[in-house]
Design a protein around this ligand. Structure first.
Ligand code: HEC
Ligand code: HEC
Length: 396
């Protein structure tokens, strides 16, 4: 443990000493990405990252010890889940939205598809407490359960200088997730580096369409020195509107055996749970103009983060390009930035080829790092609920 004393100086010498706990970690941005800003209240340290990784992979963070964060944000699948349009959580219950990738998540200025959270430190309580996700009964329950798990003994002390708390669980998970940075793709080496052969002619043509005729960069921003491929804003493309207004038009992809899918018309699935309402950004602002607007995703690593859009309704990049070529789906609040593009088939192929060049060079390393978390038994020797009740009864 490295202790860095520092003091406030304001004419007189203060006696207050603040200890920075742990080994500081500096994240150097790879080619194509800006420096990542780290909140002053949660400086990155090796100890917090290690603890966060362990929590992220631990199935005991769910009520019945089945779901970890990594089961919807699967490291091998681009920290999303390929086979599910909308995520499936506790006891097979369906979520209304697609699991977004966590690559470069530290750069997002708002979190969730409608941006209802602002900080990774707070975001974790969404999945932990949501009935259909990890279904923990309360914040206090999570804290108590982690406190009782042997593997975490001493770890919070090493990372924070004190015992398990709700805030520290959020800080550790946020620290781990901030390390999931990925850049230096072939595109970066071609555009920001000096490797002019890193993209072939078709991919270069795709970039030209992305910036020009396709109008993609009006929302998926590319800056002079770096690119996050997002404007950090919310737009209505029509998908959410159609899903809400005409749920019977949705085709559900049903898996019959590994890798074998059939498309089933939503209208035929009478036994499905009624679709959950989803009005996008409106849920945060209560401004009717924001109905069915969703956050512009970053497109880095998009080749391996399928399926696409907030509802996972588009399975391939070809489908996404077809969708934009038609100008999205018309509705009263559709973004004025979307209109039919009239791309020919070679232009569509080039656009897809360009998006396939956005894959970072360290994805295997990130997966290996995530899987290096110590594996712990998913089931407690004693039922979590019993342990919790013991603790409640033992409390003075
Ligand atoms: C049951 C599947 C599931 C589990 C388990 C789960 N997530 Fe998610 N995650 C999702 C879905 C679906 C969304 C999008 C939800 C929304 O927009 O309302 C999401 C969104 C997020 C986001 C915001 C991403 C963005 O681009 O804005 C972060 C960060 C995140 N999850 C981290 C976690 C962490 C940390 C855990 C564990 C504590 C976790 N998730 C557990 C499915 C899951
Ligand atoms: C009006 C702003 C806007 C424009 C223009 C735009 N996009 Fe998007 N893009 C978005 C938003 C918003 C989403 C998320 C929609 C959702 O979640 O339902 C998105 C989603 C995507 C996705 C899915 C990413 C994921 O991880 O799910 C891809 C791929 C994509 N856009 C590519 C393109 C391409 C290629 C173009 C140009 C042909 C383009 N976009 C033009 C705003 C825009």
């Amino acid at each position: 443990m490295k202790r860095l004393p520092w003091f406030a100086w304001s004419g007189i010498f203060h006696s207050a000493w603040v200890y920075a706990i742990g080994t500081p970690v500096q994240l150097d941005p790879p080619l194509g990405l800006p420096p990542l800003s780290i909140p002053a209240a949660n400086p990155l340290t090796r100890e917090k990252i290690d603890l966060g990784r362990r929590l992220f992979m631990d199935r005991r963070l769910s009520h019945n010890n089945t779901m970890s964060c990594a089961m919807c944000h699967v490291p091998e699948q681009g920290f999303t889940s390929h086979e599910l349009g909308t995520a499936i959580g506790m006891q097979g219950r369906s979520l209304r939205r697609n699991s977004p990738t966590l690559y470069n998540i530290g750069y997002h200025l708002s979190l969730f598809h409608e941006g209802r959270e602002l900080h990774l430190e707070d975001q974790v309580w969404g999945p932990l407490l949501t009935k259909v996700e990890m279904d923990m009964p309360s914040i206090g329950y999570v804290v108590e359960k982690v406190r009782l798990l042997d593997e975490y003994k001493g770890q919070f002390e090493a990372a924070f200088g004190g015992p398990v708390s709700a805030e520290r669980i959020g800080h550790a998970l946020a620290s781990f997730q901030r390390t999931l940075i990925s850049g230096n793709s072939r595109f970066d080496r071609w555009f920001y580096g000096d490797d002019k052969s890193a993209l072939n002619l078709r991919e270069q043509k795709g970039f030209e369409i992305f910036m020009g005729k396709g109008r993609c960069a009006t929302c998926h921003w590319v800056d002079e020195k770096t690119a996050l491929f997002t404007d950090h804003k919310f737009h209505n493309t029509g998908l959410g509107w159609e899903r809400s207004m005409f749920p019977e038009r949705n085709n559900y992809k049903v898996q019959l055996a590994p890798g074998i899918f059939v498309q089933v018309m939503g209208a035929l699935l009478k036994s499905f749970e009624p679709p959950q309402a989803d009005v996008g950004r409106y849920e945060v602002t209560l401004d009717t103009k924001d109905r069915w607007a969703y956050k512009t995703p970053m497109l880095r690593n998009v080749a391996i983060t399928r399926p696409y859009m907030h509802d996972g309704s588009l399975s391939t990049l070809e489908d996404v390009v077809e969708f934009y070529d038609k100008g999205g789906i018309d509705n009263e609040n559709k973004s004025p930035l979307l209109m039919p593009l009239k791309l020919d088939s070679e232009e569509k192929t080039a656009l897809v080829a360009f998006m396939n060049s956005l894959t970072g060079d360290n994805l295997e390393a990130l997966t290996r790092d995530a899987r290096s978390a110590p594996v712990t038994l998913p089931v407690l020797s004693k039922d979590a609920a019993d342990l919790y009740m013991d603790a409640v009864l033992a409390a003075p």
